[in-house]
Design a protein. Structure first.
Length: 160
């Protein structure tokens, strides 16, 4: 989950399908308070039964959702986490459900920032604001695959 208010709050579900990872947009909406977000999550049985890896930069939102009994945990970011997370995502065959329209739009417009000569700076272009669902998916990848590396059950539901 990537938090936003004036920007979009995005939740992306991750599933294993054979050797691929399926990404499914579950939420893509601005103006979400902790209360409205908790109410939304509570309507989705699947979200309530799996850990939701959330952007650690909003600990107050995570605490409020946890206080509602929701399985939300902070996804650690840290230095270089964007590149590490994107590289990790690119190491899998990714499938995006066709009903994940906002995510498909973001993926088609995603770009790296460039300098005045047009050379890539190697970081996402935040000015375009097309990384909400991508960030949500990235948090999930890093969180769940770090658990898998430690031989823990990492909560990706097999769909095939």
């Amino acid at each position: 989950m990537d938090f936003g208010f004036s920007h979009v709050t995005a939740i992306v579900k991750l599933y294993r399908y054979n050797e691929s990872i399926v990404l499914k947009e579950a939420l893509f909406r601005s103006g979400m308070t902790a209360k409205t977000l908790a109410a939304f999550i509570m309507t989705d049985k699947e979200l309530c039964s799996r850990v939701i890896a959330a952007d650690e930069s909003r600990p107050e939102m995570i605490a409020e959702l946890q206080a509602e009994g929701l399985p939300v945990d902070a996804a650690k970011k840290g230095k270089g986490s964007v590149d590490i997370g994107l590289d990790l995502m690119h190491s899998f065959d990714l499938l995006v459900t066709e009903d994940s329209e906002n995510m498909l739009t973001e993926l088609s417009k995603y770009a790296y920032a460039t300098d005045k000569n047009g050379r890539s700076l190697g970081v996402p272009d935040k000015a375009k604001d097309v990384d909400n669902s991508i960030d949500a998916a990235r948090y999930g990848f890093r969180y769940f695959l770090s658990l898998a590396a430690n031989n823990l059950n990492f909560g990706l539901k097999r769909v095939a």
